[in-house]
Ligand binder design. Sequence first.
Ligand code: ADP
Length: 172
Amino acid sequence: MTTIAVYPGSFDPITNGHLDVIYRAATMFDRVVVAVAQNVEKVPLFSAPDRVALARAAVQGHPNVTVDEFDGLLVRYARRIGARVLVRGLRAVSDFEYEFQMALVNRRLDRHIETIFLMPKEEYIFLSSRTVKEVAALGGDVSGFVPSVVERALRRKLGVNGTQRRRSKRLA
Ligand code: ADP
């Protein structure tokens, strides 16, 4: 039987931390579907189609990894594509409470779907899409944090010196 795992998230944009989790999952499951959430709570920097396109470009060359878009209940989406596993990444302890809560809620919604947590390489423990956007917005070098296709997209989106179209509230 083919085991399909879904890795859901906003991926705004996809980072090397996400990719680390994806590649670990790809060695464990027959298929990994990176599921980009259409509706995210905060206003995303990249539109859903852009987030999908960037994720697709980033995972190219990994035949058992695909990228899809989803909307609505995650467990419903997982059921629809025949996935029994949800993959989430765990960084610092700060991720734990929210992730724990979500995993238990999803288990209540569908007891046949299991959530597993993967830890990235230590160098990605403090990496988040938000940090990447903040550094890029201030014109910082994000080449060690994201694949080059994302780096170029950030530069296009934010302008040459990073501060033209978007200012970071936290670091500005
Ligand atoms: P969400 O908005 O659902 O948190 P994200 O795109 O920010 O979506 O993240 C998707 C998943 O990837 C989450 O489980 C998150 O904890 C995990 N993740 C994000 N960045 C990293 C990283 N650097 N290392 C490991 N996991 C990560």
